[in-house]
Design a protein around this ligand. Structure first.
Ligand SMILES: [Zn+2]
Length: 754
């Protein structure tokens, strides 16, 4: 008799599930999707109700053969992919490939990989939910249609290599519009007067409330002179306490995390990007090896917009709080949270620890530092929801003289409640014990200059918040949307890791806003998300939803393809004249930004690089760094259209004739001109480096158009931006590890055949 076969989508999850189910079960992994739309063509039959032509990618053929063989020997098959649309779709593809009727397939779902959750799931299998599959399919098909038709359009009308997608274009619009608000912002000067008062022996801070009978608002003191005069007047008089107002206040714990709030907090408190947070959360969910205990799932499923907490968790958390902090910190009945977000499923759960008694401290040896920080955040937030509210008293004290008055507010925590576990970022401010009528001394007044600030650039946290508030994102889409606009060159991170648009983002955004308003309209996009939710709930069929979008979109695209002119869209005239042929110069835009070019192109190829602010980049004289010991040629540091680079020797007349260029090397990511000394320049010129072998092919490390990468035979991998090695220092071992990691799939770059 064969074993019972359980199929999940990730090998780590397989190990954790296997540990729970034991020897009677075989648990295997599909390694993600086993079928997808083809890489080389659109793969959608538009006139056949948008039928997707799924295929098994070449690198999944062996896996599918193994799954088929395991399935043929199995007594029963359970599909245990993640409990959301994507998991359902993977399950459906598995059923299709393994020839299992989806209406008879045994589908099991759980939100955490624990013994009780898995056992419960095994005892109540359902079938594949085709509504969920359709919702996922509709998103996939629609995004493929838009990407496949809009990207080549941008190639023809703006610059080659561009791509556009549905949700990402709305996100890009937010970033572009925010930058324009910042550019249009006028800074205004204002001053504050911070007072240091003294009562008995204690000093405390206070804020100016009134001056000569008038209320002083934030922007009322405009100049240094004004602040100075007021300071002198105020310092000259004695102050008496007018009133002391005491108020009791309560503070409630925040709801447990869902995907969007976890990404926001992990970004603002820990500095993690959305993508990083999701990767770490997935590791915690799928299972971590805990010494003798083996693979253990530590948190519930990380893609969720639900605030529900399971009955079991509520009981366990309550018991934990009682045992650890005492009965006065525990609740008499559980605190429950209402699901505010649209489309949140009652059956799902918030992100919480699988077992509240597993404190972060107890797991420290088994987690890497970042996993630990994220677990700590999740654990504290979830357990704190089941603790008593915090009690505070707030004292507001008003002190005045003939010329003005000051106000201060002190707060004291009288009972910490949940703050004991989840401390606040705001500080307690203690005031001395004071009475009405007491005299206080104004020790000093500090005038401080301020300027009004333009709206801040989006961080991962604030962009996720914005997308969610407009109903544009779903738990599964926040992180990929942000990664996509960065990977596609529309958005860059500034020094503070905030999101700033590139030149090309403005051009593409403005084109889309003017000519394809629906694609970048937030309400339209939110409405589309709602339609996917309706498909998921079985309220509507998916094909009409696609059709209603695609037909008008396609028609507009054909019209715009005829009516729009690349020159008009991308060229700006200037007063400059070409040095070489006297034709007018124009400003053009390429994938990497703006540059000045001769309008007589292609007859004249003269170009001038531009700085970020649009000014002409001064022609920098090549700087000689030394002589190459091997060839004796000069090694020089130069600046070109795409930034600084190093060059070996000069371009000779003969090379010009043969259209050859001297050997060059561009700078690595993050390197600046000043970083390049003679040794580094030689290293840069030594690329590509050979690093040993992988599967019989030599490995080379080199710089490409899209950054550093390694290559062995047909296989290539970009070097991860976060790696602790560079293209100059990567070792054969690190290169082998990178090559052994499956390649990330890219969106199609092939043009649609007419
Ligand atoms: Zn010219």
């Amino acid at each position: 008799m064969g074993k019972r076969l359980v199929i999940v989508e990730s090998p780590t999850k397989a190990k954790t599930v296997k540990k729970i189910l034991g020897a009677a079960y075989e648990v295997t992994s599909s390694f993600g999707h086993i079928r997808d739309l083809p890489k080389s063509k659109m793969g959608i039959e538009i006139d056949k109700d948008y039928a997707p032509q799924y295929e098994v990618p070449a690198d999944k053929k062996a896996r599918v053969a193994e799954l088929k063989s395991l399935a043929s020997k199995a007594e029963e098959i359970y599909i245990a992919t993640d409990d959301d649309r994507e998991g359902e779709a993977i399950g459906w593809h598995l059923a299709s490939v393994l020839k299992i009727d989806p209406k008879k397939a045994k589908r099991i779902v759980f939100h955490e990989i624990t013994k009780s959750a898995i056992e419960r799931a095994m005892s109540q299998p359902r079938h594949i939910n085709l509504d969920l599959v359709d919702a996922q399919q509709a998103r996939r098909v629609l995004d493929r249609l838009v990407g496949y038709e809009l990207s080549p359009f941008l190639w023809n009308k703006v610059a080659r290599g561009l791509s556009a997608g549905r949700v990402q274009s709305v996100a890009m619009r937010f970033v572009v519009e925010r930058e324009r608000e910042r550019d249009a912002f006028n800074k205004e000067e204002y001053w504050s007067l911070d007072a240091f008062m003294k009562h008995t022996e204690t000093e405390f801070e206070a804020k100016l409330a009134t001056f000569q009978g008038k209320k002083v608002g934030k922007m009322d003191i405009k100049t240094a002179e004004h602040a100075q005069t007021m300071t002198q007047t105020l310092l000259a008089s004695p102050y008496v306490i007018d009133s002391i107002e005491q108020k009791a206040a309560k503070k409630q714990p925040k709801p447990p995390y869902r995907t969007s709030t976890l990404q926001q907090d992990a970004n603002s408190r820990l500095g993690f990007s959305s993508k990083q947070t999701m990767r770490l959360a997935q590791q915690l969910y799928e299972g971590i090896r805990l010494g003798k205990e083996g693979m253990t799932g530590l948190i519930t499923y990380m893609r969720t917009d639900s605030l529900n907490l399971s009955e079991q968790f509520l009981q366990e958390a309550n018991a934990y709080v009682q045992a650890t902090f005492g009965a006065e910190y525990a609740l008499s009945k559980p605190r429950v949270f209402k699901n505010g977000s649209k489309g949140a499923q009652e059956a799902h759960e918030a992100i919480r620890p699988s077992d509240p008694t597993r404190t972060p401290e107890s797991l420290k040896d088994h987690l890497d530092p970042r996993q630990y920080k994220l677990y700590d955040l999740i654990w504290r937030r979830a357990v704190a929801t089941q603790m008593k509210e915090a009690l505070l008293t707030k004292d507001t004290v008003l002190m005045s003289s003939d010329v003005g008055s000051f106000r201060t507010t002190g707060s004291v925590i009288t009972f910490p409640g949940y703050l004991k576990l989840y401390p606040d970022t705001t500080k307690e401010l203690l005031l001395p014990s004071m009475q009405q009528g007491d005299t206080v001394t104004l020790q000093r007044l500090e005038p401080t200059q301020h300027f009004t600030e333009p709206p801040a650039r989006y961080s991962d946290a604030t962009l996720v918040k914005e997308l969610e508030e407009h109903g544009i994102g779903r738990p599964s889409t926040f992180a990929p949307t942000i990664s996509t606009i960065i990977d596609r060159g529309y958005v860059e991170r500034d020094e503070a890791k905030r999101l700033a648009p590139t030149d090309i983002a403005y051009t593409v955004n403005d084109l889309l806003v003017e000519h394809f308003p629906h694609i970048v309209d937030k309400d339209f996009t939110a409405d589309m998300e709602q339609k996917f939710d309706d498909i998921e709930e079985g309220k509507t069929a998916w094909v009409p939803v696609i059709d209603a979008f695609y037909k008008p979109f396609h028609k507009t695209l054909i019209e715009k393809d005829k009516s729009l002119d690349k020159k008009e869209l991308t060229e700006e005239t200037t007063d400059e004249v070409c040095d070489k042929c006297q034709s007018p110069m124009v400003i053009k835009i390429g994938r990497f930004g703006k540059f000045m070019a001769c309008s007589n192109y292609p007859a004249c190829k003269h170009t001038i690089p531009l700085n970020k602010d649009g000014s002409k980049r001064e022609e920098v004289e090549p700087e000689s760094l030394g002589k190459d010991p091997e060839t004796g040629l000069d090694v020089t540091l130069r600046t070109g259209r795409f930034g600084p680079y190093v060059q070996l020797g000069e371009q000779t007349e003969e090379m010009k004739k043969n259209k050859e260029k001297p050997k060059r090397g561009s700078l690595l990511r993050g390197m600046v001109l000043e970083d390049v000394d003679f040794k580094t320049a030689l290293q840069l010129l030594s690329l590509p480096r050979t690093l040993g072998e992988w599967k019989g092919e030599p490995i080379t490390a080199q710089m490409g158009r899209f950054g550093p990468y390694i290559k062995a035979g047909e296989e290539s991998r970009s070097l991860p931006a976060k790696a602790d090695y560079t293209v100059l220092t990567i070792t054969p071992e690190q290169a082998t590890e990178l090559l052994n990691t499956p390649k990330k799939t890219r969106a199609p770059r092939t043009k649609k055949s007419a």
